[in-house]
Design a protein around this ligand. Structure first.
Ligand SMILES: C[S@@+](CC[C@H](N)C(=O)[O-])C[C@H]1O[C@@H](n2cnc3c(N)ncnc32)[C@H](O)[C@@H]1O
Length: 304
């Protein structure tokens, strides 16, 4: 198959719930020839970055993640990197890529949290300055995301970015993921949308060999974006996929069937009319080392 790759690519947003580790398994199950690739729940983009298609239509209801994607796609790698380095230097954050790392003393004293200890004051100053600006600087938001706890993007009800400092910094992995993203966007046709998935799908005039890949919030797991999800949304999504099936549009959807002893009964019932593949995810999440216990990930398609 064309899309089969051995190397998995990670998005430079290191998004919570990103699919990159599962991509080698999923790609083997994706259609081999994709014209328009549609992703209604794109998140950080670890899925599309691993797929070959003629055009990519990438949607998410989260305006900030879409704006970050747009910011990267309109810039060059060198320029964006310079903007990021300038911010890191101005606030004197650590940058292990260039050898500016916490002292031996700090590393010995705080064995597992020395990046957080080193960066905390600078990070809070950067966060305050970002929040005070009316004209938002997305390179600043990107630096906050890289140095923030679990690489989260979270705002309070008054629109203030409120993630605490994380125990991470700008390292070789971040550089590599950014470089790959820029190479990818320079050689592929990407279009971004900030709509509800339903509206996004309903507007599409499908063509031959188009493919819709869905990685929605999971009903039975917990993360920031799951707040937007409930049983009603889940059923609405299944109806929408049934509608695509009736129109002859090819789709695939990732989901979690069981998790910590709980089963998604709606999914169990709905998926029985389609093809179901088990996806092995026996790694331990770095966000919660119990997260994959007793979990069953599935990939469901309406094509063979
Ligand atoms: C599981 S994550 C996708 C992760 C992505 N595959 C990746 O690799 O980064 C689900 C995404 O759905 C988005 N979302 C939640 N409700 C939505 C809605 N009603 N319409 C569109 N997107 C939505 C969230 O903002 C989140 O980015």
């Amino acid at each position: 198959m064309k899309n089969k790759k051995n190397k998995k690519i990670r998005s430079p947003f290191f998004y919570v719930g990103d699919k990159y580790k599962l991509m080698p398994q999923l790609l083997k199950l994706f259609p081999s020839n994709i014209n328009n690739y549609y992703e209604p729940f794109v998140g950080g983009g670890s899925s599309f970055l691993n797929v070959e298609a003629s055009t990519y239509h990438l949607n998410d209801i989260d305006l900030q993640i879409i704006n970050l994607h747009k910011e990267l796609t309109r810039d060059t790698f060198e320029n964006f990197l310079n903007r990021v380095y300038q911010i890191i230097d101005k606030y004197e954050l650590s940058i292990s890529l260039k050898g500016r790392i916490p002292s031996e003393e700090l590393r010995t004293k705080y064995k597992k949290t020395y990046y957080a200890k080193y960066n905390k004051t600078a990070y809070i100053k950067l966060r305050d300055d970002y929040n005070a600006k009316s004209d938002k600087d997305y390179a600043m938001l990107y630096v906050l995301l890289i140095f923030g706890f679990n690489h989260m993007i979270r705002f309070n009800s008054t629109g203030q970015f409120n993630v605490p400092v994380g125990n991470v910094d700008f390292n070789q992995n971040v550089y590599d993921a950014l470089e790959h993203y820029f190479n990818f966007k320079d050689s592929h046709k990407l279009r971004f949308y900030n709509l509800d998935y339903y509206e996004f799908i309903k507007k599409i005039e499908f063509e031959k060999n188009d493919f819709v890949y869905c990685d929605p919030p999971y009903l039975i797991s917990h993360s920031e974006y799951n707040k937007l999800w409930n049983e009603e949304e889940e059923e609405k999504l299944y109806k929408l996929l049934d509608y695509l099936n009736d129109k002859g549009v090819v789709f695939g959807i990732s989901n979690l069937l069981t998790h910590k002893g709980e089963t998604n009964k709606l999914l169990e019932k709905w998926m029985s009319k389609y093809n179901v593949y088990e996806i092995k995810s026996n790694y331990i999440s770095r966000f919660d080392n119990t997260i994959k216990e007793n979990s069953r990930e599935v990939y469901i398609t309406n094509y063979e």
